[in-house]
Design a protein around this ligand. Structure first.
Ligand SMILES: N[C@@H](Cc1c[nH]c[nH+]1)C(=O)O
Length: 393
């Protein structure tokens, strides 16, 4: 074997060492608990699916980030870039006879080819929910309120949700009568908040100055209720105005949930998945340059998969949550092991008995695998942070 061989892991992947794995499990445990308290049931789907399924509703922004490969029959497979499409597939097929609404949650890994950095890897973990078969603001408000609750439960206190509505922009785009390609370019500039690029696109668009100014303002339209009234006066088309009414309705319900202090309006939010058809939202926290969670309403995806049903949901990035907690000095406390059991020559059987007893009492006990002097065992306990030494002699 080549002595210089240093095994590497693929670009954009990470090992979660025991401490991080423990923190991840603690946060995921807390999230699973909240989701199930809100009536959501866990679902598990395959890590990879046929590309044609995953392509439904994702759009080109995401498709260029999908990992693809072939099966033996040359069908194109892909690693899931999110859980929304796989869950919609299950809902439209195996769960299609179930009474609606369906409330499902997941804790799992997803894959997107990204420029890797802290908090953004090609394989990452998401916790999320999908609420299927429910139209209207009540379902959207439930999902946003649950996202707030989930963040609080994970231990975060300083965060804000930005609430937007894709029809606000859609109404303006329809009014503009620009070509679909041009509309897409403008939306992409808005997704990345590339204000300079947006300005250039608009100046080349041939739109009247007033229409250009209005579109340029969209990324800046964020704030509390008064911003909604301001936006209402800026637009005159029905679609954009209905979008604003919808946001006001959702916001009223969020006040009922007691979470409205965490929510602002942000009409510039356009998510990178194409499947959104209504309310969209993103959660932000200081010190993290990207959203912690995001989601929204997607009412046409299930029809493309076979059963027409409205739906709404969100997902939260687990690594991002852990990073945010760490950066804000909110440690996820990871418990050490309780007992170290060491033994002198000939006493292994008794040591095993002692370990059995501890474990029956749900104490975390680690058993030495070779005899060692008491002084060595004491040093192990000190350096590895056990609560107690049981020394069998
Ligand atoms: N799947 C979306 C979040 C979402 C869930 N449901 C609706 N949207 C994402 O990964 O960003």
């Amino acid at each position: 074997m080549n002595k210089n061989f240093v095994p590497q892991i693929p670009y954009g992947t990470r090992d979660l060492l025991p401490r991080e794995a423990k923190q991840k499990r603690i946060v995921e445990g807390a999230l699973a608990q909240v989701f199930s308290c809100w009536g959501y049931d866990e679902i598990v789907t395959p890590t990879f699916e046929y590309m044609e399924t995953l392509a439904v509703g994702t759009g080109s922004n995401i498709q260029q980030h999908v990992f693809k490969f072939f099966d033996k029959n040359n069908r194109i497979l892909a690693l899931r870039p999110d859980m929304t499409t796989p869950i919609a597939r299950v809902a439209a097929t195996r769960l299609k006879e179930m009474p609606l609404p369906l409330r499902l949650f997941y804790l799992t890994n997803v894959f997107r080819h990204e420029q890797a950095q802290a908090g953004r890897q090609c394989e990452f973990y998401q916790a999320g929910v999908e609420l299927l078969g429910a139209p209207g603001p009540a379902a959207d408000a439930e999902v946003v309120a649950l996202a707030v609750e989930a963040m609080l439960e994970a231990g975060l206190t300083n965060f804000q949700i930005g609430l937007g509505q894709v029809d606000f922009i859609n109404g303006l785009m329809a009014e503009s009568q620009l070509s679909p390609e041009r509309q897409q370019q403008i939306k992409s500039a808005m997704v990345t908040r590339d204000l300079v690029g947006l300005g250039e696109l608009l100046s080349q668009s041939g739109l009247k100055q007033a229409a250009q100014e209005l579109l340029k303002q969209i990324p800046l339209l964020h704030g509390r209720e008064d911003m909604l009234s301001r936006a209402y006066r800026l637009v005159s088309n029905d679609l954009s105005r209905a979008a604003l009414d919808n946001l006001a309705d959702i916001h009223k319900l969020l006040a009922g949930y007691g979470v409205d202090q965490y929510v602002n309006f942000d009409l510039g939010i356009i998510r990178d998945f194409d499947y959104y058809t209504g309310m969209v939202f993103e959660g932000y926290t200081p010190g993290l340059g990207f959203p912690l969670c995001g989601g929204g309403r997607y009412d046409t995806m299930l029809a493309s998969l076979g059963v027409a049903n409205p739906a709404t949901g969100f997902a939260m990035g687990i690594e991002r949550m852990l990073l945010a907690l760490e950066r804000q000095g909110i440690g996820v406390s990871v418990q050490g092991k309780d007992v170290y059991i060491a033994w002198t020559e000939g006493k292994l059987a008794q040591a095993i008995e002692a370990a059995n007893q501890c474990r029956r009492q749900r104490r975390r006990a680690e058993l030495a695998l070779a005899a060692e002097p008491r002084a060595v065992a004491e040093a192990v306990v000190r350096t590895r942070g056990y609560e107690e030494l049981i020394y069998i002699e």
